[in-house]
Design a protein around this ligand. Sequence first.
Ligand code: FRU
Length: 471
Amino acid sequence: MYHFTAPKGWLNDPNGVIHHNGVYHLFYQHNPYGSLWANMHWGHATSRDLVHWQHQPIALAPSPNPDSYDAGGVFSGCCVIDDEGTPVIIYTGVGAPNHHPQVPALAFGDADLQTWQKYAGNPIIQPPSQLNIVGFRDHTVWKEGDGWHQLIGSGIRGQGGCVFHYTSPNLRQWRYAGVALQGHSQQNNGRDTGTIWECPDFFSLAHLSDPAEPAHVLLISPIPLNQVQYFVGGWQNGQITPHSMGVLDYGTALWAPQSFTDSQGRRIMFGWLRESRPQHEQRASAWNGVMTLPRILSLSADGKRVLSNPAPEVQQLRRSTHRMPAQALIADQPHSLPIRSACCEIEIEIAVQTAHQIILSVRQSPADEEVTRIIYNHIDQCLWLDTTHARQNSASGQANAAPLVLTDHDTLRLRVFVDDSVIEVYANEGVCLSGRIYPARTDSDHISIRCNKGEAFIQQCVVWSMASTIF
Ligand code: FRU
């Protein structure tokens, strides 16, 4: 495998992602005692290159004292370096037994971020009592001017998801500063934004046409919807004013992404790719949940969309190379790619010409009993990830579409990462779809390409086998 997962047990949200003293740190929601969600700890791994990871000791565990504010779990949060150079985790502590109340708390780390002491003054904030809220958890914290700012994910009953804004001189004392952005279920230009916003992530991104005027981006994981959304806009006087909004990844596996700026100034994101297999199979599995590849976030040329692309470091994982010669694709004449693999990267560039659909099939069995399809539909200009036939005799799986408009001069450019049960598709400038698939057959490792009606031309097609990355 080349996607990160826990040494054993359950993994969900990335937490506290940070680049510190040349080391990338990836903390994550983790149950070390079982393969289902329970006993939330913070797992920890480190890397010098974003793709090869070393497991580290667990960073945070729930308190053994049943009356403690975090006896019911150590939920999601972030990590910053304070004004004295001390690493600080801001997380949500939850009480036992029903994960309530949900309260922000701090932990202080050593210089290597290896061992953590919970702050004696925890919890540091109480949920606002004057509002009828649903949930009060997950944190995005940053320094601005000489003060600290924090957004906490929540929702107001009857209205919709929102983020609360707090300010602090020192990370320990916080002052409530209001609702930074309030969603209205069904009323955001016709797009539902859900009832609770989990895992807000707030940061600025430079705009290519005006690097001096960065835009502010808020990522949210909106319950009960199943896709991560973004808002792009302004930030002033504690208010986010969105100019545009959209879906970060058009598949349904991504949840709770978190990003950070590294020493090269890149905005790098990891996200949780959720399982979609039946619960009894999850229970029986040794591990559960993986992280996305590291993704670089950027803004589209018009400044309205958030684009995702794999970090260049991922190319280090490429091993043997298999190339297919440039050639025409004639309707309904499939071409098999020159390698069978369930663990590979495929890079392909196609002039779509008159073809109605381009269909790249992966994790495919010889007679198509199982197949996962990446389909470019030229007619409605959408890119589909279709996992409905990923596993034989199973009705699970979905077909999800991302808008992808190609002009007459554009080719279709895909990078597809297949890693056993994980699939990540990146198209053209940064459209992204990811999913999870569970083929039952060991011979579901064929790869083929075809077009439906009309003709197309394959300009480039390369497949790489991939190295394993967790030590
Ligand atoms: C998102 C989430 C967070 C919470 C954590 C608990 O997946 O539900 O809101 O902090 O997971 O594991």
